[in-house]
Each structure stands twice: as structure tokens, then as C-alpha cells.
Ligand binder design. Structure first.
Ligand code: ATP
Ligand code: MG
Length: 237
């Protein structure tokens, strides 16, 4: 197993927001984590990424126990993160924003499948057109592309992507969806949190549905498709 999350328990103060979360992902997969607001999807990603520290449980990535690692070490181990808020630097150009994603200040194109600015521009032509524009001048969809592109510059083997299509116009939803499919095809495994069920079903190999603080369903997309009761219980339908 490429990523194995075992029985995670995470608290914010006294509130127990992850109560025994277990999930896994095989190399090459897109796995989605779905559920209504406030169930703990983002906290699950943050617990994997080392942005919040789980009180118990284990995160094993590529055979290494990374539980409780600070986020820069998780990144070094090969996990990238695209947060819900995107966190584009508004006063930096698109190119400079991309360079901010480079780990240790070195473009590691020597790594097999390593990402370079040129390669990012091939996958994201709209970023190339806007290379010298400031982050603040981009549309929501372009900012999302930039956030994904920037995380790729760190050469992740696994990307955690939180709500990439949130608030985007339908045409941009499709573009973001397609770029996620594309980067998965070139070898990046993806753990996706998504509100748009269509997008998640289109992209995913497997899905997990979260109820409050726990996983309520796991299965293939076909299994979810054949389970209206699970969709009704855990998703807005
Ligand atoms: N920094 C924080 N401090 C305290 N409570 C928090 C914090 N972040 C999230 N929570 C609470 O933890 C629970 C899980 O939040 P989380 O953001 O993981 O949910 P989510 O499934 O990602 O929701 P959404 O779909 O709205 O993004 C919620 O009840 C939320 O209010
Ligand atoms: Mg969230």
C-alpha cells in the first residue's frame, strides 16, 4: 500500500473531530474523500500532511512511518498539498509563485519525471500565457491551476488536493478536473477531497464517504453508483 492511514484520532482542543479514520491508497490511484460540511475531510488531509498532529493512529507512506512528522518532512517524503484556500501569493508573478513550490530552492528535474517550469506550462497553457501576471490578477480557476502547478514543482509522488473545483465556473470545473486526470496519468497519485460528486466519480478509482468524524462507506465508484442509500446518508443528493 502506498499510503496507509490507520485509526487516526485528531482533536481541536476538546473536540474529537477524527474518531478512528482509516483509509488507504495504492500507487497510481485517485481516491476521493467525500462528505457533507464539517465532517472532517480537510482535517484528515491536514493530519496526513502534518499540519495538525493526530493524538493517536498511524500514517505510513511508501513504507515509512511519517506519523507526527512536521509538514516540511512530510513534503520531503514525497507528499504535496493543495489547500482549500489555495494560498497564492498575490503580489508575486505566476512564474514566481511556481518557483515558491520548489523544495530547497532547487528545481529537481533530474528526478525521474521531475517537474520543470516548461513542463508545468505544457500541462497548464493558461499559466504560460499569464506567466508575468501577478497572482492577484488571476481568475479563481487560474489560481487553482497555479496552486496545483506550484505543488507539482516539489515533485510529489502523492498529492492531497482539497476542494479544487469549489466556487469555480462550470467550464473551469472541467478544466481543473481534466488537469487532475492528466497529472495522475503521468504518475502522481491523488487523494482528493471534493464536493462535486460528478467530478469525484469521474476522476476516482475508489471513494470514501465521511460521516461526522468517521468513515461511513468505502468502495469503488461502481459500488457507490449502486448504493443510493449510502449517497443519501452521507452526501447532498
Ligand atoms: N482550527 C480549528 N479549530 C477548531 N475546530 C476546527 C478547526 N478546523 C476545523 N474545525 C472543526 O472540525 C470539524 C471538521 O472540520 P473540517 O474542516 O475537517 O471539515 P470538512 O469536512 O473539511 O468540512 P468542509 O466541507 O466544510 O470543508 C468541524 O466541526 C469544524 O468546525
Ligand atoms: Mg474542508
Amino acid at each position: 500500500m502506498f499510503l496507509e492511514v490507520k485509526d487516526l484520532n485528531t482533536f481541536y482542543g476538546a473536540s474529537h473531530v477524527l474518531q478512528g479514520i482509516s483509509l488507504n491508497l495504492e500507487k497510481g490511484e485517485i481516491v476521493s474523500l467525500l462528505g457533507r460540511n464539517g465532517m472532517g475531510k480537510s482535517t484528515t488531509l491536514k493530519s496526513v500532511m502534518g499540519l495538525v498532529r493526530p493524538r493517536s493512529g498511524q500514517v505510513v507512506f511508501n513504507g515509512n512511518d511519517i506519523t507526527g512528522f512536521p509538514s516540511y518532512k512530510v513534503a520531503k517524503a514525497g507528499i504535496g498539498y493543495v489547500p482549500e484556500e489555495r494560498r497564492i501569493f498575490p503580489n508575486l508573478t505566476v512564474l514566481d509563485n511556481l518557483m515558491m513550490g520548489v523544495k530547497g530552492g532547487v528545481v529537481d528535474a533530474g528526478k525521474q519525471g521531475g517537474w520543470t517550469i516548461d513542463r508545468i506550462y505544457q500541462h497548464f497553457p493558461s499559466l504560460k500565457e499569464r506567466a508575468t501576471n501577478k497572482g492577484s490578477h488571476l481568475s479563481g480557476g487560474e489560481q487553482q491551476m497555479l496552486a496545483i502547478g506550484r505543488s507539482l514543482m516539489g515533485n510529489p509522488d502523492l498529492l492531497l488536493v482539497d476542494e479544487p473545483t469549489e466556487g469555480l465556473a462550470p467550464i473551469m470545473v472541467q478544466e481543473v478536473r481534466d488537469v487532475i486526470a492528466e497529472i495522475n496519468k503521468v504518475g502522481v497519485s491523488i487523494l482528493l477531497v471534493e464536493h462535486n460528486l460528478k467530478v469525484a466519480m469521474y476522476l476516482s478509482h475508489r471513494v470514501y464517504l465521511m460521516g461526522k468524524a468517521h468513515i461511513g462507506f468505502s468502495g469503488t465508484v461502481a459500488e457507490l453508483d449502486n448504493n443510493p442509500a449510502a449517497r443519501e446518508k452521507y452526501l447532498e443528493v
